[in-house]
Design a protein. Structure first.
Length: 153
């Protein structure tokens, strides 16, 4: 991977705020030509620095107003069992984020669902029917104070 220089970092900061900016606008902001900006963006995409260009959607606007954090502890922690849990959580559409963590808890999940009934259905499918879950602990978000994906670069 090519080391990132100050121009790359400046471009990334701008794209994290608004990835719909034109290359000309970015170039003006970072003092580069539009073709140079385009080359740098393509290189960072090819090297996996930029992993996606997506639209952030307001969960309330699409009826997914409930954010839930779940600590999951597995019964068995063999590499095969951990990989199976990772795969199941990765494939679940309700799971917005899944982190394999250290400590007493094996996974922390962030879910976005429309209701507690939807969450109950998720728990039955993923924790009770799926097996290998010793216990899980649920935290319901009362307010989304800050959410984001931008890195402090």
């Amino acid at each position: 991977m090519t080391p990132l220089d100050s121009f790359d970092l400046a471009i990334l900061r701008l794209l994290q705020r608004d990835n719909m900016m034109t290359q000309r606008e970015i170039g003006r902001s970072v003092n580069l030509s539009a073709p140079s900006v385009q080359r740098r963006i393509r290189r960072m995409e090819a090297e996996g620095v930029i992993t996606a260009n997506v639209a952030r959607v307001d969960p309330d606007a699409v009826g997914l107003s409930l954010t839930i954090f779940v600590e999951v502890e597995l019964v068995s922690e063999t590499p095969v069992d951990i990989d199976a849990a990772k795969s199941r959580f990765r494939d679940a559409p309700e799971v917005q984020q899944c982190h394999y963590v250290t400590g007493d808890t094996d996974f922390i999940l962030i879910l976005v669902v429309e209701s507690m009934a939807a969450y109950e259905s998720f728990t039955r499918r993923m924790f009770f029917q799926g097996g290998n879950v010793r216990k899980f602990r649920t935290f319901v978000s009362m307010d989304r104070v800050k959410t984001g994906v931008a890195l402090n670069i």
